[in-house]
Write a protein that binds this ligand. Structure first.
Ligand code: G6P
Length: 368
C-alpha cells in the first residue's frame, strides 16, 4: 500500500527512495528515446505552444523552487522570456500580463490557496492559456487549467516535499523541450537532452547509494545553528531547496545564496560555526564556483561539496567532498537535489525532530 511506510522509518525517507521510479513514471508516454511527445501534453498543446511568447510561473514553497529551475530551461532551451514569482506576492500586487503569456502554476496538491487565487486573478487580466503541473488529479488547480501535466509521484505524505519536487522538475523539463521545439531547438539538442533525461532515474539511484556517507556527514551539523547553501546557475534554486529542507525538518537556520553574491554580504558570516554546503557539478560555472569556495575556505569556513569527478574539487582539511555521478548540465538540478534531501533527513533524525510532521507546518496550505 502506497500510504504505508514499509521498511522505512519515515515517510520522507520512503519518498526520497521512490524517486527513481516516480521520475520514470512521469516520463512515461511523454518521451520517446530521442524526443518529447508534445501531444502527450494535451490535444491542443501543439497549437497553443506555437503562440506562447512569455511564460509566467506561479507557485509556493518547494514548487516555487521547481519554477526557478524551469526558468533556466525555458530561457536557455526555448529562448522564451520567463518570470517566476511566489503566489502570495503576485496575488497582491498590480501585475502586467501579456495576452500571449502561458500562465504556469506548479503545485503538488493543487489546492494551495495563494496559487489558486493568483490563477483566478490572472484569468481576469487575460492570458493565452493556463498550464498546471500538479500531482493530484481532480484538484482545483487541475480543474481550472487549460492544459495539465500530471506528475506521477503518487501520494506524498511527508510535509517536506521530495519526490513531488523531482517529478515537477521532470515534467517541467519535458514542457521546456516541447516549447523549445516550437522555438528552433534542433532535433540533435533535443535528442541529447532526452537521452540525458532517460539516465536520471539510474543516476538518482546512484546518489541514493551514497546515503551512508551522507548520513555520516550529517553528524557535523547537529550542533550547528546556521548553514549556508551555495549554487550557481540552475544549481542556485537547488541550493534554495536544500536550505528549505534543512529549515523545515531540522530547524537549523539555513540560507541559500548564488555563490557570486557571497562577497556582497554573507561572507561576513562565515566562520567555523557556519557550515557551507555547495552543489558543484562540472558545468560552465564550475571554475567561478571554485574560486567562491576558496573565499569561504580562506575565512575558516567548513565546506561540504557535492561535485562530480570532473569538477575536480580536492578534499582537504575543512573541505568534505561527496562525489556524485557525472550528469548532463541540463538534468543536473534533478540529480543534485537528492543528496541535499538525504542530508537534511539525517540531520533531522539525529536531532530527533518530527521528520514527517514538522512543527508549525502543513502539507497543504488551503487557507491564507
Ligand atoms: C506547504 C508544504 C510545502 C509545499 C508548499 C506548496 O508549505 O509544506 O511542502 O511546497 O505548501 O504546496 P503545493 O501543494 O502548492 O506544491
Amino acid at each position: 500500500d502506497a500510504a504505508e511506510k514499509g521498511e522505512y522509518r519515515h515517510y520522507m525517507l520512503k519518498e526520497i527512495h521512490e524517486q527513481p521510479r516516480v521520475i520514470k513514471a512521469t516520463m512515461e508516454g511523454r518521451v520517446t528515446d530521442s524526443r518529447v511527445l508534445e501531444q502527450a501534453l494535451g490535444i491542443e498543446a501543439g497549437e497553443l505552444l506555437q503562440d506562447v511568447r512569455h511564460v509566467q510561473i506561479i507557485a509556493c514553497g518547494t514548487s516555487y523552487h521547481a519554477g526557478m529551475v524551469a526558468r533556466y530551461w525555458i530561457e536557455d532551451l526555448a529562448g522564451v522570456p520567463c518570470s517566476v514569482e511566489v503566489a502570495s506576492e503576485f496575488r497582491y500586487r498590480k501585475h502586467v500580463i501579456q495576452k500571449d503569456t502561458l500562465f504556469l502554476c506548479i503545485s503538488q496538491s493543487g489546492e494551495t490557496a495563494d496559487t489558486l487565487a493568483a490563477l483566478r486573478q490572472a484569468k481576469k487580466a487575460g492570458f493565452r492559456a493556463a498550464l498546471a503541473i500538479c500531482n493530484v488529479p481532480g484538484s482545483s488547480l487541475v480543474r481550472e487549467s487549460d492544459l495539465v501535466i500530471m506528475t506521477q509521484a503518487g501520494p506524498e505524505i511527508g510535509v517536506a516535499s521530495t519526490k513531488a519536487f523531482t517529478t515537477q522538475l521532470t515534467a517541467l523539463l519535458i514542457f521546456s523541450l516541447a516549447l523549445a521545439r516550437k522555438n528552433g531547438l534542433s532535433a540533435e539538442r533535443e535528442a541529447d537532452i532526452v537521452k540525458a533525461l532517460h539516465l536520471v532515474p539510474g543516476q538518482v539511484s546512484d546518489v541514493l547509494a551514497l546515503e551512508g556517507e551522507i548520513a555520516e556527514m550529517s553528524e557535523r551539523f547537529v550542533e550547528k545553528n546556521h548553514a549556508l547553501f551555495l549554487g550557481r546557475g540552475s544549481q542556485f534554486p537547488v541550493a534554495m531547496e536544500g536550505a528549505l529542507k534543512l529549515k523545515e525538518i531540522s530547524y537549523i537556520h539555513a540560507e541559500a545564496y548564488p555563490a557570486g553574491e557571497l562577497k556582497h554580504g554573507p561572507l561576513a558570516l562565515v566562520d567555523s560555526e557556519m557550515p557551507v554546503i555547495t552543489v558543484a557539478p562540472n558545468n560552465s560555472m564550475a571554475e567561478k564556483l571554485k574560486s567562491n569556495l576558496e573565499e569561504v575556505r580562506a575565512r575558516g569556513g567548513e565546506l561540504f561539496v557535492f561535485a562530480d569527478r570532473a569538477a575536480n574539487v580536492k578534499p582537504e582539511e575543512n573541505i568534505h567532498v561527496v562525489q556524485l555521478p557525472e550528469v548532463h548540465e541540463i538534468t543536473a538540478p534533478i540529480v543534485y537535489t537528492v543528496p541535499l534531501q538525504l542530508l537534511s533527513y539525517h540531520v533531522a533524525v539525529l536531532k530527533g525532530t518530527d521528520v514527517d510532521q514538522p512543527r508549525n507546518l502543513a502539507k497543504s496550505v488551503t487557507v491564507e
